[in-house]
Design a binder for this molecule. Sequence first.
Ligand code: NAD
Length: 497
Amino acid sequence: MKQIHHWIDGSFTAGAANRTGPVYNPATGRQTGEVVLGTSGDVDVAVGAAARAYESWQHSSLSQRQNIMFAFRELVSARKREIAETLTAEHGKTVDDAMGEVQRGLEVIEFACNIAHLLKGEYSEQVSTGVDTYTIRQPLGVVVGITPFNFPAMVPMWMYPISIACGNTFVLKPSEKDPSTSQLAAEMLAEAGLPDGVFNIVHGDKEAVDSLITHPDVAAVSFVGSTPIARYIYETGTKHGKRVQALGGAKNHMIVLPDADIDLAADAAVSAGYGSAGERCMAISAVVAVGDAGDRLIDGVQSRIEKLNVGPGDQPGVEMGPLVTKQHLDRVRGYVDAGEKEGALLIADGRNFVVDGYEEGFFLGPTLFDRVEPDMSIYTDEIFGPVLSTVRMEHFEEAIDLINDNPYGNGTAVFTNDGGAARKFQKEIQVGMVGINVPIPVPLSFYSFGGWKNSIFGSHAIYGPEGVHFNTRQKVVISRWADPIHRGVDLGFPTHN
Ligand code: NAD
């Protein structure tokens, strides 16, 4: 059985933990590894290493930091397939999908290679006679990242490349369900020349997380995960004086208007609904069919999902893999039971889906509901599985109101050929990331990623320019180097002349 250890101060260590967590291959259902679950003592050691490393790393030159990111970028690019396969073996998504995930992470590393551009300050000469004013952006200190299971390579890469390139040191607490990709990142960062202690990993669950978000030597916390935990991290971290950004869960809607290209919309609904078995924070989980779009759309989605190839993510040609754990599979099945009981029309039922030779795997076939009502649990809750709900609405305005009334606001999309309708949607919708004929509107690395409402707590979105702002603080300098004008003591508030 593979043993997965912390990475602290440049080496792997089991730490003081007397507890471990199981890691499974979701396709076979078998346990393949054991991850140490860190104690508050382990957190102390990791934060201590990061705090010591910060003493020198904060003074490292911009070119040194960028060169290390360049070297890291080359290593990740060269080992992309290995990272993807490692990820598939613990998460279950297809290797192709995992390659896409690593690619999106790589783009954030590339952004960090050019961080200098965003660390430039502003300068105003002669704000007063002989006085200049300028700003500098400086790092915060020890930054913590706490990440979810569904993007074990990409989401940590949304955080640490930018944080480290800004001059911070970092402690990552990856998901305990699929921790091995982070181990590869640690090795590659060391090989790229990152000094010991600048990047550390503490594995674990609530015990490690609670110690990290309350630790006096931690300056800031980036979190990505479900909404209840995001809210808890935000409230606890800020109460302990930390800067916190906490991205939460989602319920992403896709409106299909009657004038839309229905084939395009059906392709998009299936890709965004069932890709990664629905375990994406940007997955479409509710399709809102307006007017007579409904029947045509349901036919299109149904005929497509019948042809989906579901199986182990490491097999060629497979399009959708299993869910991450047995516990999660049972939870998603429970939602399908509830939807049926509450009266939604079950068009495709994936509950008894079995893959030959993988009978113990955590598989659920693509599941489709029609005639879903907004008070049903399959609509109100984030299911995080391959279950797509269709809500029927008479008018576009009702569909917009439905989305705006939803407590989540991560991503959304409209499918239409009417530019006026698209513009109205973009203007009025209360959601942070909007797609127009694009089902999963994930911004590229030079923009920032973040939803609204209960999909984010804190004022900064993640990566891109907002990531740089989150990971630095501004200092304003007002300096006088001209011949001093001696005006004597003046207790009045300074004014300029
Ligand atoms: P999760 O909230 O269960 O776990 C996220 C992290 O929090 C993990 O590292 C976990 O160990 C830790 N954690 C879990 N319970 C905790 C507790 N009680 N106290 C302290 N720490 C705890 O999320 P998950 O199941 O790993 O990931 C799926 C969720 O993440 C979904 O809700 C999904 O929408 C969300 N997500 C959001 C985004 C986004 O950008 N908004 C991106 C990816 C995933």
